[in-house]
Design a protein around this ligand. Structure first.
Ligand SMILES: Cc1cc2nc3c(=O)[nH]c(=O)nc-3n(C[C@H](O)[C@H](O)[C@H](O)COP(=O)(O)OP(=O)(O)OC[C@H]3O[C@@H](n4cnc5c(N)ncnc54)[C@H](O)[C@@H]3O)c2cc1C
Length: 517
């Protein structure tokens, strides 16, 4: 069924044969170009032709999307590609957390931290004069704002080019086919909820202290706190810790879990923790925070192991799905563990209402969200696609990068026992790493002893996030370590050669690793 649907996606000439699998009126595909409505403002870039599409479902809009983060804009664009007349609601800034206070700003700040570190250590490569450089946070902020603004404008133009109507305001559900926004009721055929998540500060008493930051504050400040405490054991907290340590703050990372990055492979998590410590971050895990009090205007954190005084405290613990817009359907849409529960088609317990992204609690990673959003849009338009995110890669960047796809070693051992083989290539055996002076790290491959099927790949080191693309794609295509070792030729000298070597190592055939027998 899902293959059939993919074919339909690829061949718009067959749209007329497309049937929905849900209960309401079947869609027919109207000629969207013949719409006479012109209630979107003309856009200079696209001329005066930018008009909303004609609806195909008998409702005012075929698809309504709440939220414009990666889940929302992807769902909207996908639905539009499938012929829907789409409206999107956004109560804050276009692009959501991702663009305004999450992934994008975090990576921009990390880039500045990276450059600062590189310049400071440039003497290692024979470049003098770098030791006196420092950070100008106002400059970083200005640079970040310019990139965010470029991406916001790109997103706006993209949506406009897809003839998606973007409505500024807080939307709330009135019924399965009605959305209220700024006093107006919009009648829609299908709804895709993409409202994202927020940090729940209320879990820690005293978190309204003026010295307490949320993510959004980090990327607005021009102040480098002398003592910054970050409550977090997830990748976001680690990234911000690495950034501010490079900027000159004394950083303490306090994790409530037993270790950092609980969902990651233990060896990767340990490597990240070590690299943070080497960068000067004080890492404490397994600590429960009781309360935040005030000491002469500064936050004082009371933990079971004692108190910590700081200038700023960032609460970057796990985010909670934002469910504030469920309105009249709050009792009908099933919630599980504080998140909107969806089936494999990304549909909620109310037929015709789909949910994607952080509100589902299924993934706090954009790459998986993009896929989920496309699937939700396709299914809202009558498809029956499911998401297979087994090989979806994820990454973290501190003073070095790490990236993973598939099972962790602990999960693979538990699942496959003796049926598991591992391959390992330290980056000290990779020529590109030696040339770059970046030999810290490794590639670890987990595979089936019997057939060589790849269960998981874990990379720590320079360009790990780029490197994981190859193994993740190969895992999705069910390519084995035998095929990688025998048939794939990597360019030389490059980091991905280490992946080939790790696969060969699992088979006892690596070339560049020292032999122990
Ligand atoms: C510091 C930090 C770093 C991160 N780094 C990465 C990374 O490197 N890689 C990665 O993959 N992910 C990263 N993430 C996570 C990523 O940003 C989120 O997973 C992603 O933004 C979730 O997308 P979303 O579309 O579900 O929600 P969001 O991006 O949160 O968008 C939801 C939108 O819905 C809007 N909304 C909510 N309610 C309403 C309403 N009632 N009416 C109208 N609009 C509404 C909100 O205003 C918001 O704009 C990071 C997050 C943080 C905080």
């Amino acid at each position: 069924m899902s293959n059939e649907f993919n074919n339909m996606w690829d061949r718009p000439d067959q749209k007329d044969n497309f049937q929905r699998n849900t209960q309401n009126t079947p869609f027919t595909f109207a000629d969207t170009e013949s719409s006479t409505e012109a209630d979107l403002l003309p856009d200079e870039e696209f001329g005066n032709d930018v008009r909303p599409k004609q609806q195909i479902s008998g409702y005012e809009y075929d698809i309504a999307v709440i939220g414009s983060g990666p889940a929302g804009y992807t769902a909207a664009v996908s639905a539009s590609q499938l012929g829907a007349k789409v409206i999107m609601f956004e109560k804050e800034a276009l692009g959501g957390l991702w663009l305004n206070a999450g992934c994008v700003p975090a990576k921009i700040y990390l880039k500045s931290a990276d450059i600062l570190r590189s310049v400071k250590s440039a003497s290692d490569c024979g470049i003098t004069g770098g030791s006196g450089v420092s950070i100008d946070l106002q400059g970083v902020l200005t640079y970040k704002n310019s990139i965010v603004s470029k991406l916001t404008s790109y997103a706006a133009r993209l949506l406009r080019s897809c003839r998606v109507r973007v409505e500024a305001g807080e939307a709330s559900l009135k019924s399965a086919h009605e959305i209220v926004c700024r006093g107006r009721i919009y009648r829609v055929s299908k709804i895709i909820l993409c409202g994202g998540s927020k940090v729940d500060r209320s879990v820690i008493q005293g978190s309204s202290h003026k010295g307490v930051w949320g993510n959004e504050d980090v990327f607005k400040t021009t102040e480098i706190p002398s003592r910054l405490v970050i409550l977090s054991d997830n990748s976001e907290g680690c990234e911000i810790a690495a950034t501010f340590a490079a900027f000159g703050s004394n950083v303490m990372l306090i994790g409530m879990g037993q270790r950092l990055l609980a969902d990651w492979d233990a060896q990767v998590a340990e490597a990240v923790s070590k690299t943070l410590s080497e960068a000067g971050v004080k890492v404490h895990t397994g600590i429960s925070v009781k309360e935040i009090t005030d000491r002469n205007g500064s936050p004082y954190i009371i933990t079971e192991r004692g108190g910590v005084l700081c200038d700023k405290l960032l609460i970057a613990t796990g985010r909670k799905p934002n469910l504030s817009f469920l309105g009249m359907l709050a009792d009908d849409i099933k919630i599980k563990n504080g998140a909107i529960s969806v089936n494999e088609y990304m549909e909620t317990s109310v037929p015709g209402i789909f949910a994607v992204g952080d509100i589902t609690g299924q993934s706090f990673q954009t790459q998986a969200i993009y896929k989920m959003a496309r699937v939700a849009a396709a299914n809202a338009m009558g498809g029956a696609q499911v998401v297979n995110s087994f090989a979806a890669p994820f990454e973290i960047k501190t003073t070095l990068e790490a990236a993973s796809a598939g099972l962790t070693e602990e999960q693979a051992r538990e699942k496959y026992g003796d049926g598991l083989i591992t391959g390992f290539c330290p980056l000290s055996a990779n020529v590109k790493s030696i040339l770059s002076g970046k030999t810290t790290g490794f590639v670890k491959v987990l595979a089936s002893r019997k057939h060589g099927e790849i269960y998981g790949v874990h990379i720590v080191g320079a360009e790990a996030a780029e490197m994981i693309a190859e193994p993740a794609a190969l895992m999705q295509m069910e390519v084995t370590i035998h095929e990688v070792a025998a048939d794939i030729i990597h360019a030389h000298p490059t980091y991905p050669e280490a992946f080939g070597e790790a696969c060969a190592d699992a088979l006892g055939k690596s070339i560049h690793l020292f032999k122990t027998s």
